[in-house]
Design a protein around this ligand. Sequence first.
Ligand SMILES: Cc1cc2nc3c(=O)[nH]c(=O)nc-3n(C[C@H](O)[C@H](O)[C@H](O)COP(=O)(O)OP(=O)(O)OC[C@H]3O[C@@H](n4cnc5c(N)ncnc54)[C@H](O)[C@@H]3O)c2cc1C
Length: 454
Amino acid sequence: MTGTLPLDSLRGNGELHLPGEPGYDAARTPWNLAVDLRPAAVALPRSLDEVIGLVRAAAAAGLRVAPQSTGHGANPLGERPLDDVLLLRLTGFTGVTIDPEARVARVLGGTQWLPVIEAAAAHGLTALHGSAPDVGVIGYLLGGGLSFYARKHGVAANAVRALEVVLPDGTLVRATATEHPDLFWALRGGGGNFGVVVAAEFDLLPYADVFAGMLLWDRARAAEVVAAYAEWSRTAPESATTALRIMSFPPLPELPPFLAGRDLVIVDGAILADDDTAAAVLAPLRALAPEIDTFARIPAAQLLFTHLDPPAPTPVVGDHSVLGPLDAAAVAALLDRVGDGVDHGLIFAELRHLGGALGRPAVDGGALAHVPGEFALLTMAVAPTPQAAVAGRAAAFGVVRAMSAWSRPNLVPTFAENRVESGRFYDGEDWARLCRVRDAVAPGAAFVANHALG
Ligand SMILES: Cc1cc2nc3c(=O)[nH]c(=O)nc-3n(C[C@H](O)[C@H](O)[C@H](O)COP(=O)(O)OP(=O)(O)OC[C@H]3O[C@@H](n4cnc5c(N)ncnc54)[C@H](O)[C@@H]3O)c2cc1C
């Protein structure tokens, strides 16, 4: 960061927007509309050459670079000053290629999950994607990635075979188990601290269809459903990866009647088993007579729409922790904050079931090769105004605080909505190793990740 060239020197590598220019506000707005990013400049490269040109020009102008795909994970980035930062939005640099024989996908920098899963489905394949179709593949993989196949197949980052990265001097390197192995290890869980990842290659799964869906109850049933889910999840097989959410939908006309204006408990996810086995696994929850039960064999690509994530950019604030086993007192504490009759001020409080393969460090995995714990707790509030954001944060933090007696020290990067001490994502010495790799490949913290290493 020794350069002193004017910001205009960044021009010539695709769209560039400086503060005060007409396109600046639209270009700096992330998926999470509650986040107000004010970088020194925003660039939207459309090719590898433009990415390299921008990284070099940023260094010459004395700027650091914040790579971003969609801005789903922008909240922690919004908590720090970006006066010396070029925000590199990769939304226009996308593409996917499937090698059906090798069962490998290759995607470019800003590609989202939907086109990847659609392309894989054409060959009877799928991937360890997350719940939403419009999350960026690379941002998700760099943060570990928790899919609805995770208890069977582990953290999504473990499926990565190669990452191509532009370093601070504009050099393009390919990181694999044998080429730049330290960087390869660091990127798989260490986030956007090391460079601009312009391509990722990862293993696909041989599932053309899966047994998946949701069970839905009115929130009046919260006490019995949450208690039953906590009990069920204790012995659920690794083939089942599910989430329980206590949700409140606003009375919006665009929502279907079974959601609009309603307070609900929803259990959803996937069970990687034949129909009879999956039905037997689900039976104890089905015995609670849900109002809606969509669990069935579906094309694997449809799993991207089961979780009912917002279909468009949304202003949200939230909080997260990882919980251990939920005993009766834990269930009572949760219900005390989000059970029936409580105005919890959240759009949802979610328990994402961990364990199984997620809990076992993968052989040859990266910096985030497993996630210890029983549940990832995620609390979210819609925040269309600054006042709503304050109230939403209080509500989201309140639930996480109420569960602190059952919380573990670790956190999941892709679920951490706020700026946290990044050592909490990693095991023992791994954080120090990540910092050493970062200092070797990107000295001076040349790249600004949403979860900075410190
Ligand atoms: C509706 C919704 C549903 C979600 N569901 C799940 C889920 O099921 N499982 C799960 O694990 N997570 C889930 N997430 C969290 C999501 O995976 C993380 O927020 C993830 O970081 C988003 O990646 P992104 O690229 O879309 O976001 P961005 O905000 O663009 O990226 C997040 C960070 O990743 C890094 N990054 C992104 N792209 C690059 C790149 N090309 N090169 C270098 N660094 C890069 C940067 O540091 C960036 O700040 C969900 C989020 C939302 C909002």
